[in-house]
Design a binder for this molecule. Sequence first.
Ligand SMILES: [Zn+2]
Length: 240
Amino acid sequence: MRSAFISTVKLVHWIRQRLEHLAGAPMLAMALAVAVGSLGVAEAAVRSSLRHQSRPRHIALAALTQPPHLQPALPLGPEWEGIDIDGDGAPDFANPTGGPPRGHDAYGYGYFHAVRDGGEREHEGVDYDSRPGQTVVAPISGYVARIGYAYPGNLQLRYVQIDNPALKLEARVFYVRPDVRVGQSVALGRPIGTALSLQSRYPGITNHVHLELDERGRHIDAQSVILARGGDSSFMAAMN
Ligand SMILES: [Zn+2]
C-alpha cells in the first residue's frame, strides 16, 4: 500500500514537471487536479475490477502517465478544414493527406506558384506532406474521371482525377496507388488510394501528394480553400 502511495506521489511529481513546461500556474493547478482525480478514479477502477470504466479519463490518464519515450507521437500540425463554396453549410474541400503543405527542401517549396526549374515555370499545385503507405482521401467529392501517370515511362507514380461538374471543380491527386476505378463516385474525405514514396525519383525530397485544383477550368490555390483549423496564421505564413 505504501509503495503504491509513493509511486502515485512520484507520478504526480512527474506530471507536475511536465505540465510546468506547458502551462502557467492556474492551468497547472487545474490540470494537476484533473490528473490526480484521474489517478484516484483509475485506482478505484482497478480495485473494483473495472466496474465503472470511465473511458475519457482512462485516455487522459494514459496520455499523462506514460513515460516520455513510450508516449505515442502526437498528431503534428493543425487540423484542416475545407471551405464551403455552395452554401450548404458543409465543407467542399479536404486535405488529401492531413499533412501540412510541403516546406522547403532541395527541390523547392510545395506551395502554389512556387518557382520550378530555376524560374522557367511555376508549381501548379500544392504539395501536402505524406507518409508512404498512408491513406489518401478525396479532396473534393465527384467521380473519378481519369487515372493517369505522372511521368512518361514511370508506371508507379499515378494520379487520380476527380471531377465535380455541379461545383465546376476538378482535382488531380498525384503520387498515389489508386484504390478507385474510373467512373466511380467518391465522397469528400473518403479514401481514394495510398501514398507512395518519391525517393527513387527525387532522392531526399519530402514525400508528398501533389494536389492540383481547377475551378471553372482555372488552377486555384488549394491553400485558399483548405484552411488550417483555428487559423494558425504563423504556421501558414511560414509556408509562404
Ligand atoms: Zn507538387
